[in-house]
Write a protein that binds this ligand. Sequence first.
Ligand code: ZN
Ligand code: ZN
Ligand code: ZN
Length: 300
Amino acid sequence: MRLTFLGTSAGENYPALWCNCPNCEYARRHGGKNIRQNTCTMLDDDVMLDLSNHAFQSSLLYGRDLTALRLLLVTHRHKDHLYTHHLIWRTKMRTADNRIIEPTNDIDMDEAVHWMGSRLTPLPWLDIYGHESVYREILQNDRYHPELEEEVYKVAFHPLRSGETVFRPDLDISFTAVASRHGVPTFNYIIERGGTTLLYALDCGSYEADMLSLIAKYRYDCVVIEGTFGLMPDRFEMHQNLDKNLEIMRFFDENRLWKTEKRFIITHMSPHWTPPHEEYCRIVAPYGMTVAYDGMSVEF
Ligand SMILES: [Zn+2]
Ligand SMILES: [Zn+2]
Ligand SMILES: [Zn+2]
């Protein structure tokens, strides 16, 4: 598996949109890894974990081509994880008399200039999985027309239940929905591909006992977990601070859930409780944690 982090911030971004505090100002002055955009992560070339507002800009910055996406796993309906408007731009071209033009790689741009729409080229099907509330969120977008899914967008939504495993032999991947406590229905995902296993744990305040048992049935090459509240001393129900991250790490250590190497990666960070990148790296390094940054790529 290769993971490319296209965004690593919590909802407000890093620096926060409307804030000039020392951390936000530091990020503005120094740029680079201190700038974080809303979370989304690409798995290999064909799988996306959440579709943030920034997915397309980030994919350009970090040289990833989103037109090859086949699978989108959505954790939950919060808008920093699911920007539904990106989906409507999969629309095919139409002629002035409303005839749909079939996309082709052999495009005559002189002819295409007469058509209306946003996609000239063929795309593979995009299968979207998530809790049913994710689909309701997509339908809330009044520019998204479900009747066009099959013929125009080439998108199919598949609702998941907590604990359900889906095997997609055509994509050589299987994934299991793990319900997390986050205030709205949220699934973290245990993802298996090519003999490697990942737990993608965003957003996640904590887990009920049955979900911890489910997690403990697998052995992992990597855990990617939200670290929204970093150094906040209080434990907030909907998200993790460093303390809770350490608790999850201990759960993995004590239950011997690592295959060989231990990869514990923090993402989804807020500017007001996680210091700027290098400083937070120094703080968590002794625990064996890696702090993700926008554009970071890991392979395992
Ligand atoms: Zn979030
Ligand atoms: Zn700030
Ligand atoms: Zn959330």
